[in-house]
Design a binder for this molecule. Structure first.
Ligand SMILES: [Zn+2]
Length: 384
């Protein structure tokens, strides 16, 4: 495939505004690229209306399987007038290709798709199979990856490469998990001149707030790469008006976990605290979670990690760092599968992800294809 053809695939991907929805349009476009190759097995796996995951499998079915993963959703472009380029045009200025998703992560998605297309085009003999796992809803909770994992699409994986924008000079082998939780405190309204007739939901919420910080602070193990467990209450609201005892109040907290503390440890502590406070008179607290993700432990010496570094060093001429990530990725879901495998993140990217004037270096995008094309066969060889 010519460099121009690779660039136009990326432009086409960016021109589909899959802002937290409509990933099916991306899936259909990618499926159309595989249409000339009857040996490619193409499956759409619905998550919701207009939201299909796409799975494409090529290669030698009897051998080991490597997954290439990219999400098809992008975040909102924000104030479009603040952009110097149309966020959904795929404009090119010099080496920079602009657009929402240029970095996170339609360039990575394009690069893994092109890697597979070139293997097909060049009839490259493969010792195993390659499975494209193109997901929906990564930005808002990895629920496409969750769906694919639940349906068994990761059960044969021997390794997983996620083309998230680490920059090709970073390979991510471990990542923090996430727990977002919400506490709703329900009280009883009354005139604030007669507080004894009501139950103050804010006062009860504060009991939780004051107790949870010290409980979370007791988790003092520090991960050498990821750091310590993080707990922050980031949203709080409550009350109805100034002269009424509040009937409702709520808070939301964001936790960034580390492998030393599996999410269940945290759930147990939060639930125990809520149960203890609910045993007090008039306290009614309800706890809920939204799309929690486990931390990814990872081994920096795993063959897939080391090969990714060596190959990226050779192809790009830089010194690739082996690092941890503060954010969760689709790998956290895929690792729930029956298979035992290493999941890494390495992909083209700039420091403009989720920002105005997001762009990708065209040179880096094209290099990413070369990295994946070398990494896949090298990984198969490492399993011999
Ligand atoms: Zn991403």
């Amino acid at each position: 495939m010519t460099p121009q053809a690779k660039i136009s695939i990326l432009q086409h991907l960016i021109q589909i505004p899959s802002v937290n929805d409509h990933e099916t349009d991306v899936a259909d476009y990618i499926a159309s690229l595989f249409a000339p190759y009857p040996d490619a097995k193409v499956e759409k796996v619905p998550f919701a209306k207009h939201r299909d995951n796409l799975v494409v499998t090529i290669g030698h079915a009897d051998g080991p399987q490597i997954g290439l993963c990219g999400h098809m959703d992008v975040v909102d472009p924000g104030d479009v007038s603040a952009w110097s380029q149309d966020p959904f045009a795929g404009e090119i200025v010099g080496d920079q290709l602009f657009g929402r998703g240029a970095s996170d992560m339609k360039s990575g998605l394009g690069a893994i798709v092109i890697t597979m297309l070139e293997f097909l085009e060049q009839q490259t003999p493969l010792k195993g199979s390659i499975r494209l796992l193109a997901t929906v809803g990564e930005e808002t909770g990895e629920y496409g990856a969750a769906k694919l994992t639940d349906e068994g699409y990761a059960d044969q994986l021997a390794g997983l490469i996620i083309a998230e924008p680490s920059g090709l000079d970073n390979v991510v082998y471990t990542a923090r998990g996430v727990i977002d939780y919400k506490i709703i405190s329900t009280g009883k309204a009354s005139h604030s001149a007669q507080p004894e007739k009501g139950v103050n939901a804010i006062d009860n919420l504060m009991k939780f707030y004051n107790a949870v910080g010290p409980i979370m602070a007791k988790h003092d193990q520090t991960d050498p790469v990821l750091g310590s467990l993080l707990h922050n209450v980031d949203l709080i609201s409550g009350g109805e008006q100034i002269n009424s005892i509040p009937a409702q109040a709520e808070l939301m907290a964001n936790m960034r976990t580390i492998p030393a503390y599996p999410n269940q440890v945290i759930y147990d502590e939060l639930e125990a605290l809520v149960a203890k406070l609910n045993a007090e008179p008039d306290v009614q607290l309800d706890l809920s979670y939204s799309y929690p993700e486990e931390a990814i432990p990872g081994d920096p010496d795993a063959p897939l990690v080391q090969l990714a570094k060596q190959i990226s060093d050779e192809i790009c001429g830089h010194d690739t760092k082996i690092v941890g990530s503060g954010g969760a990725n689709d790998g956290a879901e895929f690792l729930r599968a029956k298979a035992d495998f290493t999941s890494i993140e390495i992909g083209p990217g700039s420091n403009t992800s989720h920002q105005v004037d997001e762009y990708i270096s065209i040179k880096e995008y094209l290099q990413a294809v070369e990295v994946y094309k070398a990494l896949v066969p090298a990984f198969f060889d490492s399993l011999d």
